[in-house]
Design a protein around this ligand. Structure first.
Ligand SMILES: [Ca+2]
Length: 179
């Protein structure tokens, strides 16, 4: 069966398709901006679990907001990572029972960011943050825990990027990561 449409019908069909496309894009955006993950972890080992929420925000620029709430939903602290949150880990770096928050984010192309925060004396504090378009590797089980940040290397001619990055190594000393 062949459907023939006159000019007006064709125009109506194009408008209908455009509206449908707009609705699809809009609903996807709504869906993404409302994405919230909730975790329960005892970050300061006082026997009471904190609530940690991770929310993707697509406003002026893409970022993810990590919020830590106490027992009565009181705000303990909040931090953001650029682009989309990929993973949240809770790792006890010192093996003292206190877990640190490790947030990984990415722009889905090349760039990766890692942010590590701790919770102590009633406040959230930054332990480490770095980003790289050349990759980030971390081993929190190693003794001591270590993070490798991929850095740009030039090839022999010094004209173009080498495909293998130089790995900048950061090692945990019990309080912070040092190079
Ligand atoms: Ca706690």
């Amino acid at each position: 069966m062949t459907i023939t449409m006159n000019k007006n019908q064709r125009r109506t069909a194009v408008i209908a398709k455009s509206i449908l496309a707009m609705i699809l894009i809009f609903s996807q955006t709504l869906c993404l901006s409302a994405e919230t993950e909730t975790y329960k972890e005892d970050l300061n080992s006082d026997g009471r679990k904190e609530t940690i929420t991770a929310e993707d925000k697509f406003e002026t620029q893409a970022q993810s907001i990590i919020t830590v709430l106490g027992m009565n939903n009181n705000l303990i602290g909040r931090f953001s990572v650029p682009y989309r949150l990929k993973k949240v880990e809770f790792v006890d770096l010192n093996k003292d029972g206190n877990k640190q928050i490790i947030a990984w984010s990415s722009n889905d192309v090349l760039y990766t960011e890692i942010a590590i925060y701790g919770y102590k004396d009633g406040r959230l504090y930054k332990i480490f943050e770095d980003g790289s378009p050349f990759g980030i590797k971390a081993n929190f089980k190693s003794k001591p825990p270590a993070i490798k940040i991929g850095r740009m290397t030039l090839n022999k001619e010094g004209t173009s990027y080498s495909s293998v990055p130089e790995w900048e190594i950061w090692v945990w000393d019990g309080k912070e990561f040092y190079k």
